[in-house]
Design a binder for this molecule. Structure first.
Ligand code: 21W
Length: 236
């Protein structure tokens, strides 16, 4: 799976993509991350990529030509010219596990990160196939959302997670409470040594060695936590 990332901050993408699970996927060759600097496609020698909005108003708008030229450059490297072009934007549909699963089936994805007030609508209409938000809060650009999407998608690519973790993914699917919405239960609490920390003991059942009882206790914890913290996941 290869991600091509059109951005004004390519170092932000390259740096973060070198760490954790995403970094391991990259080093193992299962994941490719190719940042492309939109400024390399500036319209003049001053490196201009943005301009004032038609109709007035505060802030600047990313010009269509540098974005389109950066996309054309990437398109020339695509194995599949029909690869999705995902614009990270507050106006997009909110990223879910289901959307991450769909993207994980693709061989290649182009990610477009906005900055300033946004990107000229004409180039969006011309090249973008999907518009994705990561939630209802205001950020300063699309780079962190692009990294969030890549992280969520990369861990679903076979081989990126260890064997144990990918088995966990399967058992979660079984716990789904609303298959159409891909909802699931929150996790039970986790404990490790020491058996007592600041006067707080690990629940006895976890030290009992009774695997059936442990499983049942964890399931009850999951349901109770979900009811208390995310009742929306239990709807239906
Ligand atoms: C945020 C650009 C808001 C433009 C008052 C006056 C991509 C994002 C982004 C951004 C505006 C995502 C303003 C969740 C996000 C992103 C940058 C609108 C701001 N306010 N998902 N002007 N949240 N954000 N203008 O912010 O590019 S996905």
């Amino acid at each position: 799976m290869r991600f091509h990332v059109l951005t004004l901050f390519p170092e932000m993408i390259a740096e973060a993509a070198g760490h954790s699970i995403l970094g391991r996927g990259v080093r193992s060759g299962l994941i490719g991350v190719s940042p492309v600097n939109i400024r390399d496609f500036a319209i003049n020698k001053h490196g201009q990529v943005d301009d004032a909005p038609y109709g007035g108003g505060a802030g600047m708008v990313l010009m269509p030509t540098p974005v389109f030229d950066a996309y054309q450059h990437v398109k020339g490297q695509l194995a599949n010219p029909g690869a999705p072009v995902v614009y990270l934007s507050p106006q997009g549909r909110v990223l879910t596990q289901e959307i991450a699963q769909e993207f994980s089936q693709r061989e290649e994805i182009v990610l477009l990160c906005g900055h300033y007030e946004g990107i000229d609508q004409r180039v969006i209409d011309e090249i973008v196939t999907d518009e994705i938000s990561i939630g209802d809060y205001v950020l300063t650009g699309g780079e962190l959302p692009a990294l969030v999407l890549m992280d969520a998608v990369a861990r679903l690519v076979p081989g990126v997670l260890g064997k144990e973790a990918s088995h966990m993914e399967e058992s979660f699917a079984v716990k789904a409470v609303a298959p159409d919405k891909n909802a699931r239960l929150l996790e039970h609490p986790h404990y490790t040594r020491p058996a007592e920390f600041m006067g707080h003991k690990v629940p006895d059942v976890l030290l009992s060695g009774h695997h059936k009882e442990i499983e049942a206790w964890r399931h009850v914890q999951s349901v109770e936590r979900t009811q208390a913290r995310r009742p929306d996941l239990l709807e239906g």
